[in-house]
Structures are given as structure tokens and as C-alpha cells.
Design a protein around this ligand. Sequence first.
Ligand SMILES: [Zn+2]
Ligand SMILES: [Zn+2]
Length: 82
Amino acid sequence: MLKKVCPNCGQASYSASEFALWICPSCKHNLQYIPTEPAGAIDDITECFWCDGRMAKMHDGVLVCSDCGWRYKGKESEVEER
Ligand SMILES: [Zn+2]
Ligand SMILES: [Zn+2]
């Protein structure tokens, strides 16, 4: 997975191919010539949803924001609570 950050609206978008036509999903800005960043695994997020802080991955797979402490357990854990 590759990631590009739109210079126009600041939204990150994801794609499997660097060479595909790449349009920002939120503002339709052309991101074709914006450099890509590695995005990691598909359900990994690298920026906090709340404060744009950096998310650190714990050994149990939980992502924790280093700035505000927000915890993100991933998609699977939201489906079923045990
Ligand atoms: Zn945009
Ligand atoms: Zn945060």
C-alpha cells in the first residue's frame, strides 16, 4: 500500500499502485506527481484521527497516539467484544 497526502486539502489517500491515475478523494486534486509514502498494512493508521499526532503500534497490535493517548484497536475488535 502506498499513501499520498493531498497538498490542497491535507487528506491522505491510499492506493496499491504508484503509477495509476491518482485523484484526491475529497477535493479531486490530481496527486499523480506527488511523492508516495509507504502506508504499511492496510488497516494501519499512522496519524491520530483526533489530533494528527503520531500513532505508535504496541506489541498487541493496539495503536496509541503519542500526543493525546487515543487508542485504536483496529477493525476486528470493533465487530465483537469479548
Ligand atoms: Zn485533496
Ligand atoms: Zn492524538
